[in-house]
Structures are given as structure tokens and as C-alpha cells.
Design a protein around this ligand. Structure first.
Ligand SMILES: *[C@@H]1O[C@H](CO)[C@@H](O)[C@H](O)[C@H]1NC(C)=O
Ligand SMILES: *[C@@H]1O[C@H](CO)[C@@H](O)[C@H](O)[C@H]1NC(C)=O
Ligand SMILES: *[C@@H]1O[C@H](CO)[C@@H](O)[C@H](O)[C@H]1NC(C)=O
Ligand SMILES: *[C@@H]1O[C@H](CO)[C@@H](O)[C@H](O)[C@H]1NC(C)=O
Ligand SMILES: *[C@@H]1O[C@H](CO)[C@@H](O)[C@H](O)[C@H]1NC(C)=O
Ligand SMILES: *[C@@H]1O[C@H](CO)[C@@H](O)[C@H](O)[C@H]1NC(C)=O
Length: 267
């Protein structure tokens, strides 16, 4: 029962239309998708160790501040890969990207977004990909540079050591001292993961974490990178409540939409 939390919360969410949009988003984001503040087994990472990591933000209409929404990864000078579900409830014209810092508020550079390319097949939780096009080019340096893209349909071996990262921050404009955190996870066998999630794992998903639980795998927040070295294997997408052993994190599998990425970015 304990591990079924997320379905109950999903129902609660769908039955709570009276909440303000941003509260509803926050509620939804935190409980169904990945945006956890809880840190188990994670550690601070400097942005220079994950220079492809960005913060996808939206202009909060109450505070008039750009506010962390999701993680994302730099693909090249112009394009950012993040998760589609990040935009379920956010007006697309309010989206920006914050690049090159440990923090979502200081020491970085804000970029405007000119196009939000949500994957045309996105339907919760499948094809959970969005490519953001920036209004200006990113200048690369040790704090901001692109990840390496996998080949079309490239698979990585079960047990491969991966890293995911994020701020896991919520939409509280006052939480200004949050640093980027990361955690090591391992690639979980696709069939094993599919069994754990009762057949909900599609070919557009890849699982990582620890089947035995304990060390937590839900460090990264939605949209952020799952990396093998510099190779961008996945996009943080969804998963069962972090406390449950036997439910690894589920990531959108980048190699499964390689052609779509090429179509949009030329990469
Ligand atoms: C921006 O970067 C792209 C490569 O992604 C390059 O083709 C283009 O010339 C650059 N534009 C400017 C204004 O620097
Ligand atoms: C990241 O945070 C660490 C402290 O945890 C700090 O020493 C470092 O300078 C920060 N880096 C950037 C790029 O802000
Ligand atoms: C911003 O940069 C200053 C000066 O390098 C540093 O002391 C501070 O910790 C940085 N803040 C963040 C959030 O990285
Ligand atoms: C982003 O867009 C806003 C509103 O159009 C503009 O005021 C701001 O200067 C732009 N910022 C950048 C970094 O281009
Ligand atoms: C944010 O901080 C300011 C000043 O410390 C305080 O007045 C305000 O109530 C805080 N807002 C929230 C939402 O916590
Ligand atoms: C990529 O573009 C080609 C040509 O426009 C189109 O036929 C194909 O369906 C696109 N593929 C994807 C995955 O978007």
C-alpha cells in the first residue's frame, strides 16, 4: 500500500481543480514526477562536473521572478533537451533557461526561449521529451558545454554506472541557497524494470537506480540529465515514490528519439 502513494496522489491531484495553477503544478510535479528535495546518498556537485546541466525556469506571475521548474541538458549552442511533462501546466511564453551555475539564481546566465518543441507523441508518461530553442547562442566554457548524444537506438549495458543531477527545488522564490546535487545510479535491466512497474515501461524509457532501494536514486529533478560520463543517456522523467525499494527511477531514453533530435537541431 505504502508504495502505491503516487496513484492516490494522482487522483487527489485530478480532483483538486481549485488550487492555483502554480500550486497545482508544484503539487503534481513533486508527487508524480521527479522533483524531490529529499537527499539520500546524493552529494553536492560542482557545475564544472556536469556542465551540460541547466535550470529550465518560468516567470512566476505572482513573484515576477524566473523560478526553477525543471532540469535540462545543453545539446549545442542553441538547444536544450528537457522533459515534456514540465510544460503540462506552464504557459510556454514564460519559459527561460538558466545556465552555468551551481545555483538556479546566482552566478549564471539567463536565456530566453524562442521555441518549445514538445515531442509530438508525448502522452504521460511516454515520449517525455522537449527541445527548447534559445534566442541567443550559448558561449561554451567549463561551466556550460554540451553533453554527447548517443547513436540512434544505442543501448548501454545493465549495471553501467550513471550519474543524475538536479536542484530538486520547488517553486519557493525564497529558497536561494540551493546548490546542485548529484547521485550515482546503475542501469537497471529493462525487463526487470518493466516487471516492477507492471508493464508501464516503454521502449522510450530507460531505468536506473538500485533495485534493493536504500541508496536513493531520485536525486535529479525532472528534465535533468542521466549521464554515462558525458554521454546523455536519459532525461529524468518519473518513478515510484523514492522510499520504495524495487522501484528504480524512470528516464526518457535519448537514443530512442535520436532522429527527432536530429530533425530539430541538425545534430
Ligand atoms: C550559433 O550557433 C550555431 C551553431 O549551433 C551557428 O551555426 C551560428 O552561426 C551561431 N550564431 C551566432 C549568431 O553566433
Ligand atoms: C559551486 O559551489 C561550490 C560550493 O559548494 C563553490 O565552491 C563553487 O565555486 C561553485 N561554483 C560555481 C560555478 O558557482
Ligand atoms: C557565486 O559566486 C560567488 C563568488 O565566486 C561564490 O562565493 C558563491 O558561492 C557563488 N554562489 C553560488 C550559489 O554558486
Ligand atoms: C528576454 O526577453 C525579455 C522580454 O522580451 C527581454 O526583456 C529580455 O531582455 C530578454 N533577455 C535576454 C537575455 O535576451
Ligand atoms: C520571502 O522572504 C521575505 C523576506 O525574508 C518574506 O517577507 C516573505 O514572507 C517570504 N515569502 C515566502 C513565500 O516565504
Ligand atoms: C524527421 O524529418 C523527416 C523529414 O521531414 C520526416 O519524414 C520524419 O518523420 C521525421 N522524423 C522524426 C522522428 O521526427
Amino acid at each position: 500500500m505504502y508504495c502505491c502513494d503516487f496513484w492516490i496522489i494522482f487522483l487527489l491531484f485530478t480532483l483538486s481543480p481549485s488550487l492555483a495553477v502554480e500550486d497545482r503544478f508544484n503539487f503534481y510535479q513533486r508527487n508524480i514526477f521527479r522533483s524531490e528535495n529529499r537527499i539520500v546518498g546524493g552529494e553536492f556537485v560542482d557545475i564544472t562536473k556536469v556542465p551540460c546541466q541547466v535550470s529550465v525556469q518560468y516567470l512566476n506571475r505572482n513573484t515576477h521572478l524566473n523560478t526553477h521548474l525543471c532540469g535540462g541538458s545543453i545539446l549545442n549552442e542553441r538547444f536544450i533537451l528537457t522533459a515534456a511533462h514540465c510544460f503540462d501546466m506552464i504557459p510556454l511564453q514564460l519559459v527561460s533557461v538558466y545556465i552555468g551555475s551551481n545555483s538556479t539564481k546566482e552566478n549564471g546566465t539567463s536565456f530566453n526561449v524562442t521555441h518549445v518543441n514538445i515531442h509530438p507523441n508525448y502522452k504521460a508518461y511516454d515520449y517525455d521529451f522537449t527541445i527548447l530553442e534559445l534566442s541567443e547562442n550559448i558561449t561554451f566554457n567549463e561551466r556550460q558545454k554540451p553533453a554527447v548524444l548517443p547513436k540512434n537506438q544505442e543501448d548501454i549495458p545493465d549495471g553501467a554506472l550513471l550519474r543524475t543531477s538536479g536542484w530538486g527545488e520547488t517553486q519557493n522564490a525564497n529558497e536561494s541557497n540551493k546548490f546542485l546535487r548529484g547521485v550515482e545510479v546503475v542501469k537497471i535491466n529493462q525487463n526487470l524494470c518493466n516487471q516492477a512497474y507492471s508493464g508501464d515501461i516503454t521502449d522510450r524509457m530507460v531505468c536506473a537506480g538500485f533495485m534493493e532501494g536504500g541508496k536513493d536514486s531520485c536525486q535529479g529533478d525532472s528534465g535533468g540529465p542521466l549521464l554515462m560520463g558525458n554521454l546523455l543517456v536519459g532525461v529524468v522523467s518519473w518513478g515510484e515514490d523514492c522510499a520504495c525499494p524495487g522501484y528504480p527511477g524512470v528516464y526518457a531514453k535519448v537514443s530512442s528519439v535520436r532522429q527527432w533530435i536530429r530533425n530539430i537541431t541538425g545534430l
